[in-house]
Design a protein around this ligand. Structure first.
Ligand SMILES: Cc1cc2nc3c(=O)[nH]c(=O)nc-3n(C[C@H](O)[C@H](O)[C@H](O)COP(=O)(O)O)c2cc1C
Length: 193
């Protein structure tokens, strides 16, 4: 069966909240998105890969494709949730040493809307490098949300298990990202490698 619709990449990092990323996937699907989950290599230990693959009908991707593998389609929008301290800082610095970061490295240049939902504790959120990263990503047009209250998902009102922060991330995507006709498949790196 051919899928039609807009493609949302949900990039999931190695934070405790990753166990509930299926909620974000479900909410996005309810809005009409086709969802591709991309996990950082470390995040693979935090998520239920078979459950996410059943839900999306797509393999969870976590590594760059081999040169002889087909080029995956380009995303129409990207949500990074939960975004770790590590990945937020690397994204801001332009580092592309995971497939997830490779996608993020290109996104602003391609005009792909990116929403970042960090889950970092207060100690990390207060660090100068993190604050600079957030500032620098925002200056490039990346929408960086505040880390959920209490900074640790376990401290949020619903223990981090409800839809609240996930729904906020989805709401932050520009509406036109879902409605405009889809572009061509990606041509450059990382998918074009
Ligand atoms: C149980 C556990 C929970 C973690 N939760 C977080 C978190 O909420 N936020 C965060 O920034 N790092 C968290 N970390 C640390 C990250 O996993 C670590 O920095 C890792 O290198 C991030 O890799 P990634 O950014 O490639 O996903 C956690 C680590 C463990 C073991």
């Amino acid at each position: 069966m051919t899928e039609s619709g807009r493609l949302l990449h949900v990039i999931v990092c190695a934070a405790g909240a990753a166990r509930d990323v299926g909620r974000l996937v479900a909410l996005a699907q309810e809005e009409g998105w086709i969802v591709q989950v991309v996990a950082t290599p470390s995040a693979l230990d935090f998520v239920d890969v078979p459950a996410l693959e059943r839900r999306t009908g797509r393999p969870v991707r976590s590594r760059y494709r081999r040169p002889d593998e087909p080029k995956p389609p380009r995303a129409d929008a990207i949500i990074v949730a939960p975004a770790t301290y590590n990945t937020v800082n690397k994204f801001a610095q332009g580092i592309a040493d995971t497939y997830a970061l490779g996608l993020l490295a290109e996104a602003p240049g391609l005009g792909i809307p990116v929403v970042v939902l960090p889950f970092v504790n207060e100690a990390l959120a207060a660090r100068t490098p993190f604050r600079r990263s957030v500032e620098s990503l925002r200056a490039e047009g990346v929408r960086v949300l505040p880390s959920p209250s209490g900074s640790d998902p376990a401290d949020t009102e619903d223990g981090g298990r409800g839809d609240h922060p996930w729904a906020l991330a989805l709401k932050e995507l520009p509406r036109k990202a879902l409605k405009e006709p889809s572009g061509e498949e990606g041509t450059g790196s990382p998918d074009g490698r």
